[in-house]
Write a protein that binds this ligand. Sequence first.
Ligand code: BGC
Length: 833
Amino acid sequence: MKSAFRGVAVLILLAASIPGWAAAPNHPWLNSTLSPDERASLVLRAMTQEEKLALVFDYFGSLKPDVSYRPPPGARMGSAGYVPGIPRLGIPPQWITDASLGVATQRESADAYRERTALPSGLATAATWNPLLARRGGAMIAAEARASGFNVLLGPGVDLVREPRGGRDFEYAGEDPLLAGTIAAAQIQGIQSQHVIAALKHFALNDQETGRNVLSADIDPAQARESDLLAFELAVEQGEPGTVMCAYNRLNGVYSCQDRWLLQRVLEDDWGFAGYVMSDWGATHGTAVAALAGLDQESGWILDREPYFGVALRQAVAAGTVPLKRLDEMVRRILRSMFAVGLVAHPIGDDPAPIDFAADGQVSEADEAQGIVLLKNAGAILPLPRTMTRLLIIGGHADRGVISGGGSSTVFPAGGNVVPGLGPKGFPGPVVYLPSSPLAGVMGQSPMTQIRYLPGDDVDQAVRQARWADHVIVFATQWAAESQDVSLTLPDDQDALISAVSAANAHTVVVLETGGPVLMPWLGKAAAVVEAWYPGSRGGSAIARVLFGAVDPSGRLPVTFPESLAQLPHPALPGDDVPQGKPFDIDYREGAAAGYKWYQKQGLTPLFPFGYGLSYTRFRYGNLSARVANGRLVVSFEVTNVGMRAGAAVPQVYVGPKSGGWEAPRRLAGWSKVSLAPGGSAALSLTVDPRVLSMFDAARSSWRIASGTYGVWLGESSADDRLSTEVRLSAWSHSARWTAGGAHDEEASGLPSYCHVVSAAGRRAEPAWTDRSGSRAARSSMPSLRGRVTFRPEALWRTRGRPRRRLRAAPGVAKGRRRAGPPPARCRCGRRA
Ligand code: BGC
């Protein structure tokens, strides 16, 4: 250890002794008309070996008093990482921070928390089924990261939710690879639009926290390609993250950060990933073994056992066990991402920039408002009537704020933690409550109602008061955090509280603030149930707006809610009975049948299926057809709002071979999200990515669609069969390198799925799933879309059917097409729409 420290000290001194920060103007790699590859190659040639070594070694960015560690002077307070820059070459430092829900602070070493805007949890964003909101959220947190002095943001995470008890499920994007990959790609695009590198993590199959440093996720490699890896593949292809973070766990026995198959064969060769691989903090286990497998940067030194890419790498290069060529390649990849994302052209200032918390809060609130899922609404008890006289609110610290998840993704909010003192003092605590009180939100929605609040710790008192009230809202919370998994049972006897209160008042609404699914033994008694996830910086307001109908609930579950533990592929949490630190294997024998696929394969009926969520209005679907056009499966249908209120439909298309042969009867093949006024309708078509219709053939390393008849189902969840049709598909096969248009093709990096509303004349207009501000933000923050999406408000107003002012009929809308409602907006979908 001692000599290791000496090696680090040399590197620190080296970085500190380089004179003159300002770059010489004649450095050819600063010419932004050259490609990132050209620029990286040019600067590489000008670098000394010590400079190269400095670039592949990231220091933990904060103090670690227990081992007397101090980061180099240039590190930012409370940050996750720091790689010194190379001033003489104009290469800035990499200032690295967590995470996907906002700018975090490494709390143990920080003398003051960095207070920033928190997005709702990743599952909430996935529940929006709205990539444009994911993109806006990514752009917002990355802008705050820049303002805070960071140019690398450690997110998003896209590990599939295979294990509903996973302590980090809340950070991820659900159990389906198409949905998760699409949402993560949009987050990456948003983050990188701010010239901040996004780190896609944790590669791969870091699907639970118990034993994460020692477990081996064992899975058939082909089935991994069709599930967890497909989520990463889509996110890499469509998001083009600057870096991918390899995970703590082993995959089929090999540590992810030294897994040549994973890092080279899959990520670099098959997917054409052009960025660099960074390790998770403490996930590097060797020098040559990791460098030769494809790890480009060791992260968070002081957390690994040795500074493997410090002095040990210098020695390995000198000895030839790591060829200089490989070191050059590692450095080239890092530089390439720095140029490609704009870290060099858009340097970070030294002083924190002001943050517009009001505007950023709106981004967070819009996300949560579309991510809230209405699970039960007996007797249409919701939306709550503003005319009610007496309302009782119980529990969840709803008088003060909303809960958030723990670990490296914790964001300390502007205004501070409103319920201090809960949870572990050290990592992954504390429990942080964000100052957005649902009680205040409810008072804003219903100012004339007499409202009482109880903390919920006294069940008898709660029952007595419940009899007084016209309506009761019970807030139930569960804290989840990195490094530990959770139970599916709500903690602190909240089930008993909900049961008793629901029995006392038939108008009881339960609002869940949980990291993921929970069991609901009281489901039959409560009148309504709302899943609000971890609601983010403005969650209280978003929840209240949904409860009172100011917003239609348009969230749909990105994860299955099981009925019981017995339904899970692994009823006992793997590794739970293994002594801490002892390696163990998880046999993912369910293979690609993660989430709803498992339930369908086993014929199980969950509590709530993937894709499920109610609205305050009703939608009718019709004219379902499936055809093959230009070699792609195209599914078309119409959706009409047949209720009395405006709302957003999330029609989902599932596909499966009639003769079986897949891991499960069907897979999600596409979806749309479309806002419709009462009577409004939209005609939509989705182009299906052929990989979603394929099996992965490991022997030939290719995707293969078997010829045959396929069922196509259209509905409002994975278990909804309301419309179906069949289509014949011919055999199709393509190498594992196949991408939808080429990984670096502008078209391919645009909106991944799946619908642009177009006018009847066929002109491209508003993406179907966004609101107006979302669309504008998307346009300005997403260079690859410029010139491809034309913002035409009249098309949007037609889909909403609620013009703000009189409009002339949009060009191309034939009068004859008008019906009782507004004319249908035409949609064309798919990347190449
Ligand atoms: C987590 C990563 C995080 C890193 C830096 C690790 O413990 O697994 O997700 O980005 O720490 O804080």
